[in-house]
Design a protein around this ligand. Structure first.
Ligand code: AHM
Ligand code: MG
Length: 335
């Protein structure tokens, strides 16, 4: 059997030994995410057929309308993760507070916390544009068997033991890392199996795509404006192409395959940008670094930022290493 047709299940078993804690629990956790991904994929794919589109009527903690599929994806991932006795806590973009798992059971040995954005880019759902799920996994730092605490979630991105995303696109892919490179698996919908389709993904060190919501240009810091102008200037390999789906997972995925930079800067109307550090930026930054790319808040590596709250936002620049270096060079001129 070649790498090309290895299933995700086989891959998880084969690579389990390379994980430093190697008790099999992380593997079970990835299995749980894989299962929920298939269920959510099924729901996303039939979104146009049944009456599950549109806002559910609630707003989440950031004051945004929740789409019904957000709620459903949130439920599915939480269910799948709590059923297996592996995680001690879950934080989700769709939940105001973190969820304690098994906190009543003093004998539980659950070591992992999961932070998740169950359906990112959900404003794209009702126009049939790709959405994604993003996940980030840490070992708890408080003692096993005790209720999970906020500090288990507010860890440095560098401490992540695994991270990944599912992109519900023209095909559905699960892409993840456990700190040994990045591998991508494509779902064969006919039989419901993920196959290793993109082994050892590498971010090209240079790229020709920049992804940013240019409608906000007027509000961006001058360094970012200058970098955007640089992207648009005529030179040997420029102007770059502008590609912005408005779905972080999809924009990131394309840039990682083709080479490019994704930007969500701070602005004069949002002084920390939009994206959430813990369950959007950190997992993407871990994947980017593992694939040879780079992620920064404009000055410092995302993975070195000290989180202070569950839903905090941070400016985010992520992609091909040389492009992010260049962006930082422009930003540093206005320090
Ligand atoms: P969400 O978590 O509410 O879906 O917001 C995150 C999304 C990203 O996927 C995307 O890159 C970005 O928001 C787009 O924001 P904007 O419409 O402001 O460009
Ligand atoms: Mg999101």
């Amino acid at each position: 059997m070649t790498n090309r047709n290895k299933t995700l299940g086989e891959f998880i078993i084969e690579t389990q030994h390379s994980f430093q804690y190697s008790s099999g629990e992380l593997s079970k956790l990835i299995h749980a995410l894989r299962l929920a991904a298939k269920v959510v994929n099924h729901e996303v794919n039939k979104a146009g057929l049944v009456d599950i589109l549109g806002a559910a009527g609630d707003t989440n903690i950031q004051g945004e309308d929740q789409q019904k599929l957000d709620v459903l994806a949130n439920e599915k991932f939480i269910q799948s993760l709590t059923n297996r006795g592996i995680v001690c806590g879950i934080a989700s973009e769709e939940e105001d507070h973190y969820i304690e798992v098994n906190s009543q059971d003093e004998n539980h040995q659950n070591k992992y916390v999961v932070l998740i954005d169950p359906l990112d880019g959900s404003s794209n759902i009702d126009v049939n544009v790709s959405v994604g799920t993003i996940f980030s996994i840490y070992r708890r730092i408080t003692p096993v068997g005790t209720p999970v605490k906020m500090k288990d979630f507010l860890q440095l991105g560098r401490n992540q033991v695994a991270a990944g995303y599912i992109v519900y696109g023209t095909s559905t892919m699960l892409v993840y890392t456990t700190g040994h490179g990045v591998n991508g698996f494509t779902l064969n919908p006919a039989i419901g199996t993920f196959y290793l389709s993109h082994p050892k993904i590498q971010f090209p060190s240079d790229g020709k795509i920049y992804s940013v919501n240019e409608g906000n240009y007027i509000h961006f810091p001058q360094g970012v404006k200058d970098y955007i102008k640089y992207c648009q200037e005529e030179d040997a390999d420029r102007p770059y192409k502008s590609r912005y789906i408005g779905s972080l997972v999809s924009d990131f995925h394309r840039n990682m395959i083709k080479g490019g930079i994704y930007m969500y800067p701070k602005s004069s109307v949002a002084n920390k940008g939009k994206l959430r550090l813990l369950y959007e930026c950190n997992p993407m930054a871990f994947l980017a670094e593992q694939a040879g790319g780079k992620a920064s808040d404009g000055e410092s590596p995302i993975l070195d930022l000290v989180p202070t709250e569950l839903h905090e936002r941070v400016p985010f620049f992520c992609g091909s290493k040389n492009m992010v270096d260049k962006l930082e060079e422009f930003v540093s001129k206005y320090k």
